[in-house]
Design a protein around this ligand. Structure first.
Ligand SMILES: Nc1ncnc2c1ncn2[C@@H]1O[C@H](COP(=O)(O)OP(=O)(O)O)[C@@H](O)[C@H]1O
Ligand SMILES: [Mg+2]
Length: 312
């Protein structure tokens, strides 16, 4: 053993190398142990991250389910609202129509002789009934629009001229007792358009009924012309006009300007409904006016060609 030691110590440099190597190995082993520890630590961290990730995924799944449930609830509520509106529409209108119709029969003498006084009283019943019916229709239309439940019955080849002629005769009857001249001016080359005939007529009658209501003397001019791919309908009256600062309110539900409030009777729903109806056609509705200078209401409806027509 000694001998060996002697031998080794005799070769000093080699001995150093061995010690150094031993030292290095020890060092490396230590480092290795350190690295193992680091790796273990990193593993623990990774596991924690994976855990966290899985927890987050569970939370996301839960949130998704919550959103799904909220959506289903909203849809159910919306369906209930639509069903309620549909049944209200029926329940209110049916008896009202029968009040109006039976009053008409009686007034016409179908059920026996009526004197002038009775006929006049029945006339009041009929007028009030019709007014109430139009209010109910407006409130129901507005509710449908707000519930996103308004459906248009679009037809191809709607003739704007025929539609405006019918609106003209209604307007004339509305100003029969006032010195107001109602005219209709239609461009000769007006194209047929794709529209919901009833709803478009409703828009024009809403605008015209306002013009007739607020114009005491002068004129109401109904016009239609073609502008690129749009048919522009307009109604210009010589009434009180609408101040710039009041113009936005005209299109807000249940809002009336002083003119409307002074006149009484309205609900402030005609214009908001009409604008929504124009927009549902892909069109627009706007007004131009100055206080004391009359007002013009414009309705622009796109001329959508029928899908079956040959493309140019
Ligand atoms: N041609 C018009 N001239 C002056 N004011 C108008 C005219 N059209 C509408 N307005 C104003 O806009 C308001 C809203 O109109 P509308 O929505 O049809 O409601 P309503 O006719 O029930 O009052 C009216 O109350 C009136 O103040
Ligand atoms: Mg109105």
């Amino acid at each position: 053993m000694d001998n060996h030691t002697m031998t080794v110590s005799a070769v000093s440099p080699e001995m150093d190398t061995v010690d150094e190597l031993k030292l290095k190995i020890e060092q490396l082993q230590k480092e290795n142990a350190g690295l193992r520890q680091d790796l273990a630590d990193a593993n623990i961290e990774i596991e924690a991250v994976v855990d966290e990730f899985q927890r987050t995924q569970v939370e996301i799944e839960q949130a998704k389910k919550d959103v799904e449930r909220a959506k289903e609830q909203a849809e159910r509520a919306n369906n209930v609202k639509s069903a309620f509106l549909a049944s209200m529409s029926h329940e209110l209108r049916t008896p009202l129509n029968s009040i109006i119709n039976f009053s008409k029969f009686v007034a016409q003498g179908v059920m026996g002789p009526v004197n002038d006084e009775q006929r006049e009283a029945l006339g009041e019943v009929i007028d009030s009934g019709k007014h109430l019916l139009s209010l109910i229709n407006d409130v129901l239309d507005m509710s449908k629009i707000e519930a996103g439940a308004l459906r248009l019955f679009m037809e191809d080849n709607v003739n704007v001229t025929t539609l405006l002629e019918s609106a003209l005769s209604t307007a004339k009857s509305l100003v029969a007792d006032k010195p107001v001249d109602v005219t209709l001016e239609i461009e000769k080359t007006l194209p047929l358009i794709r529209a919901d005939r009833q709803r478009l007529l409703q828009v024009m009658l809403n605008i015209l009924s306002n013009a007739c209501k607020f114009t005491e003397k002068g004129s109401i001019r109904i016009k239609a012309h073609n502008n690129d791919d749009t048919v522009v309908l307009s109604v210009t009256d010589s009434g009180p006009g609408i101040a710039k600062e009041d113009q936005a309110a005209v299109f807000e539900p249940f809002k009336q300007t002083d003119t409307g409030l002074r006149q009484g009777g309205g609900t402030g729903l005609g214009m908001p409904i009409s604008r929504k109806l124009a927009e549902a056609h892909g069109g627009t509705l706007w007004l131009e006016s100055q206080k004391g200078e009359g007002a013009t209401f414009f309705v622009a409806i796109p001329v959508t060609k029928p899908a079956t027509s040959p493309s140019a």
